[in-house]
Design a protein around this ligand. Structure first.
Ligand code: HEC
Ligand code: HEC
Ligand code: HEC
Ligand code: HEC
Length: 429
């Protein structure tokens, strides 16, 4: 063998190892190839019908009814009041239905039951609230556009049968099982960012299907159209800046009765928080952790039990991390404990700021400019606090940003108290 033949063989060897590696890596993200596609008619929203063709996925989807606490003590799928752990929820959301009833989220199969039962929904609630609860959304949008959003909630709810909780048709095209997004608010927000969702890669779709609901939103005044506030970016500061411009005439979610500040309510910004975190930026999708592959009877399929990955750490994290489940569990628990500590303190500081502003406003000859300044600061403080408090992972989806946001909330609350003191001309708190 001459020299060039030797180097050819060496090169071939290197290529073989390289492509072998690439193929195994890609193999991790490959869809279960054994699935036979059935043609389900468009407009079929009953998961039991889909389940006849895809029994493995359906069986695991049904397990979304299992209710368990999370091993770290945060999150979990039991219907408990969040204010049990954070009593400041009651004072900070005073005047808003979230102060009365704010339960921990649980499995997708409970979506309709829980929205029917929550004390947050009343005669004045708009049909828009159904947007993230049912695949019948597709039909509502086909028939009314955004018209359903401003109808009374009860009228819209009456058209949804009991099997209409979140299911297959929310994420899959019935014809070919491709992933799809049906929430027009997500499609419109991505379009404004220059992303055509219908052309998205499979990898992106593995997060977009979740992001269509697990995201922050507001209702456009008068129409109740659902809008995602992403035009300036996804960080707490970007979205706060967006709201400062009074988008589409939207000024506030409600007014706090003590401080009289115009408040915002953050709604589960999971997609936003994930997208700016380590995993999101590394391209690790929601489905990678929340829908790991499982095997049954020699068939590989995606788990459709979308719950805490901590219940199944080896499958959820083990494809990428080799540190072992004890180490991983400890990482998550530590992140969550640290986040909770700073968050809990921040929430209490925000409560104190509302109190200080209330006291200041009762003083005759209060400086109105400083009072307005204090109200703006408490609104901002609460936004930075709520962005973490309303997010579902207690910091894990983006540990650095969550700690930063909670710490900033404390600082803005301190500034709000100082402004209230200046407005009053005495030290109130
Ligand atoms: C919240 C979104 C969501 C819902 C609801 C959902 N799926 Fe999926 N499904 C996914 C994702 C994500 C994948 C992974 C697809 C990929 O990687 O290409 C998937 C994959 C599949 C596959 C391909 C094989 C596999 O297991 O990876 C089938 C078949 C399937 N789902 C059936 C169903 C059925 C039946 C239902 C209803 C009982 C359902 N899905 C509900 C998101 C969802
Ligand atoms: C159609 C809207 C919608 C889509 C799509 C959706 N979710 Fe949800 N999700 C919800 C709602 C609403 C709840 C709360 C249900 C309740 O508490 O009754 C929820 C709850 C959850 C929970 C809490 C479950 C528990 O055990 O505590 C997890 C985890 C979750 N979703 C993950 C995901 C992931 C991952 C995806 C994408 C693969 C996804 N969701 C797609 C709306 C959605
Ligand atoms: C790197 C893995 C990973 C990725 C990626 C990920 N999550 Fe999570 N998620 C977790 C962990 C860990 C928790 C904390 C679970 C706990 O406290 O029990 C969590 C918690 C949650 C919860 C609350 C679950 C509960 O028990 O109440 C929801 C909802 C959720 N994630 C949705 C999402 C969505 C939507 C995405 C994508 C935008 C996403 N996650 C991306 C790992 C991940
Ligand atoms: C698809 C691959 C993938 C999966 C699945 C995954 N990770 Fe990661 N993880 C990464 C990558 C990539 C990084 C970035 C650092 C690196 O390159 O090692 C990372 C970083 C981390 C870090 C350090 C950075 C941080 O954000 O604190 C922790 C802790 C972590 N992962 C825990 C988990 C846990 C827990 C799970 C399961 C719930 C999980 N990961 C699932 C790929 C993954």
């Amino acid at each position: 063998m001459n020299k060039s033949q030797k180097s050819m063989i060496a090169l071939l060897g290197v290529l073989l190892v390289f492509f072998g590696f690439v193929i195994t890596r890609i193999g991790i993200a490959k869809p279960a190839s054994t699935v036979k596609i059935a043609k389900i008619p468009a407009g079929e929203y009953d998961p039991a019908v889909w389940g006849k063709f895809y029994p493995l996925q359906y069986e695991s989807y049904k397990k979304n009814s299992i209710m368990e606490p999370s091993p770290t003590g945060y999150g979990g799928s039991l219907k408990v009041q969040k204010s049990d752990m954070m009593p400041e929820i009651k004072t900070n959301f005073k005047g808003n239905p979230f102060s009365v009833d704010y339960t921990e989220d649980r499995g997708h199969v409970y979506a309709l039951e829980d929205i029917k039962e929550t004390k947050r929904i009343g005669p004045k609630s708009p049909g828009a609230c159904i947007t993230c609860k049912t695949p019948y959304l597709e039909k509502l949008v086909q028939e009314t556009g955004w018209g359903y959003a401003k109808l009374p909630f009860s009228q819209v709810m009456d058209t949804i049968p009991s099997h209409g909780y979140i299911s297959c048709a929310n994420c899959h095209d019935p014809e070919n099982m491709n992933l799809r997004v049906i929430n027009p608010a997500f499609i419109e927000a991505m379009d404004r960012k220059g992303v055509d969702v219908t052309k998205a890669s499979r990898e992106d779709m593995r997060s977009y299907v979740c992001g269509q609901c697990h995201a922050e939103y507001f209702f456009e005044p008068n129409t109740s159209r659902v809008v995602f506030p992403w035009d300036k970016g996804s960080k707490p500061s970007d979205i706060y800046a967006y709201y400062l411009d009074k988008p589409l005439g939207f000024v506030q979610d409600w007014q706090h009765p003590d401080s009289k500040a115009a408040m915002l309510k953050a709604q589960h910004p999971d997609f936003e928080t994930w997208s700016t975190g380590t995993h999101g930026k590394a391209g690790v999708a929601c489905a990678d952790c929340h829908m790991p592959y499982e095997r049954k009877d020699g068939q590989k399929y995606s788990s459709h039990t979308m719950t805490s990955p901590l219940k199944n750490l080896d499958a959820a994290c083990g494809t990428c991390h080799t540190q072992g489940s004890a180490w991983l569990m400890d990482q998550v628990k530590t992140t969550q404990d640290y986040t909770f500590e700073v968050l809990h303190t921040a929430g209490q500081n925000v409560t104190r700021a509302h109190e200080a502003i209330k006291k200041a406003s009762e003083i005759p000859n209060v400086n109105q400019d400083e009072l307005a300044n204090a109200r703006e600061l408490v609104r901002k403080a609460q936004w930075y606090w709520d962005f973490v408090a309303a997010e579902s992972s207690m910091g894990f989806h983006n540990p650095d940003q969550s700690l930063n946001s909670a710490a900033q909330a404390s600082e803005f609350a301190r500034q709000a108290i100082e402004a209230a003191n200046r407005a009053a001309g005495i030290n109130l708190l």
